[in-house]
Design a protein around this ligand. Structure first.
Ligand code: CP3
Length: 347
């Protein structure tokens, strides 16, 4: 589905056109800090059930748009839908996080994985179509997927891990098996994002949440190369689609990522000095970020100063205001409102 043409400030910025007031959205803007999300979750009985129910996914995607008027709406889903399509079972342990079975402990387990039913991701495309039909015209619609390295860390460990050690060990111990897994994730992700675009999203974000634990050589092989392959695959199939890359924790490696993957825009996390990013990234390239989610929780002067520093640093570039990582569940709604007022200059 193609949405009606309209001026969408976020989409224009991602295409390289600076706006005097930066458009904004927040990673994880649909979620547990919103009372209306918690109410629906209690009724529907869980996150995954909602993510795979097009009506619930549509409602939750729209909640932060109604409440705050953000410039972008991000599809309510998860990066772990791709492992489901590749044949793993996914569930969420209450209070703990995702579980994937069987874990891919070695090359034999990787090769034994048989793809799930071909219609596994259909509820996601149905949700996208529904949302595209009702989203206000000035709001940009964002889809997303996890980047192959980050998705592989969950597939290999069968759950989240702080150090991604199982995946890093496999990447050294059996690089050929790791490559086979990454290649499968790349192929599925190209198809997944192309179908999201064909169903109605105008831009997509590639979340590489665990890019920060890799050595430079490993970063080139497991972050830059697979993201570049996804970008190339999407360019061939969807020339209009805008792509944001977010290699969290990349630090100085952000520059190679920005120049070598072919993404249109880069997300910057909160550990990066915005002045450095503004200087170091290619001229004219749109940047997105990079408020510390904890500064948002702190609020008050701390929040105001942090926002002003980011706005000043990115004053000469196309800039999308965002957090450096997802909004935390205990973030006060009043602080989100104060943030919006500060960015838009109404207070
Ligand atoms: O940004 C958005 O609002 C869109 C929806 C979205 C979710 N997850 C919903 C979600 C997006 C873009 C994601 C991305 C995601 N999911 C990432 C990459 C970004 C990041 O945060 O690093 C990762 C690593 C995941 C995997 C995942 N999903 C984990 C580790 C967890 C459990 C931890 C947690 O935050 O609860 C989830 C669950 C999840 N995904 C929730 C939401 C709203 C919480 C579900 C709930 O308990 O209601």
């Amino acid at each position: 589905m193609r949405r009606s043409p309209a001026h969408r400030p976020l989409l224009a910025t991602l295409k390289g056109e600076r706006q005097s007031i930066p458009p904004m959205w927040l990673m994880r803007q649909a979620g547990r800090y919103l009372p209306e999300y918690r109410a629906l979750r209690a009724e529907k009985g869980g996150f995954l059930a909602m993510a795979l129910d097009p009506e619930s996914a549509c409602e939750i995607t729209l909640q932060p748009i109604r409440r705050f008027g953000f410039d972008g709406a991000i599809l309510f889903s998860d990066i772990l839908t791709v492992p489901m399509a590749l044949g793993q079972d996914l569930w969420f342990e209450t209070g703990e996080g995702p579980r994937l079975a069987p874990p891919l402990a070695d090359g034999a387990a990787i090769d034994a994985l048989t793809p799930g039913a071909p219609d596994t991701l259909d509820p996601v495309y149905a949700a996208v179509e529904k949302i595209a039909g009702v989203l206000p015209p000035e709001v940009t619609f964002l889809g997303f997927a996890g980047s192959p390295w980050t998705v592989a860390t969950y597939m290999i460990a069968g759950q989240g891990s702080r150090t991604q050690e199982a995946a890093r060990r496999l990447a050294y111990g059996d690089a050929a098996a790791m490559q086979r897994l990454i290649d499968r994730i790349v192929a599925t992700t190209i198809e997944y994002l192309a179908r999201q675009h064909e169903s109605g999203v105008e831009a997509v974000q590639l979340f590489d949440s665990w890019a920060g634990t890799l050595s430079p050589e490993q970063f080139e092989r497991w972050v830059i190369a697979p993201n570049a392959a996804i970008v190339a695959g999407l360019r061939a199939r969807c020339p209009e689609l805008v792509i944001i890359g977010f290699p969290k924790g990349a630090g100085a490696k952000l520059v190679d990522y920005a120049t070598q993957t072919g993404v249109d825009a880069v997300g910057v996390d909160e550990t990066v000095a915005p002045e450095w990013a503004a200087r170091a990234l290619p001229a004219g390239m749109p940047v997105q970020g990079n408020l510390d989610p904890l500064a948002l929780i702190a609020g008050g002067d701390t929040l105001a100063r942090a926002v002003d520093r980011i706005l000043a640093a990115f004053a000469d570039r196309p800039h999308v205001f965002n957090l450096g990582h997802g909004i935390l569940p205990d973030t006060p709604i009043a602080h989100v409102e104060a943030l919006i007022d500060r960015v838009r200059g109404t207070r």
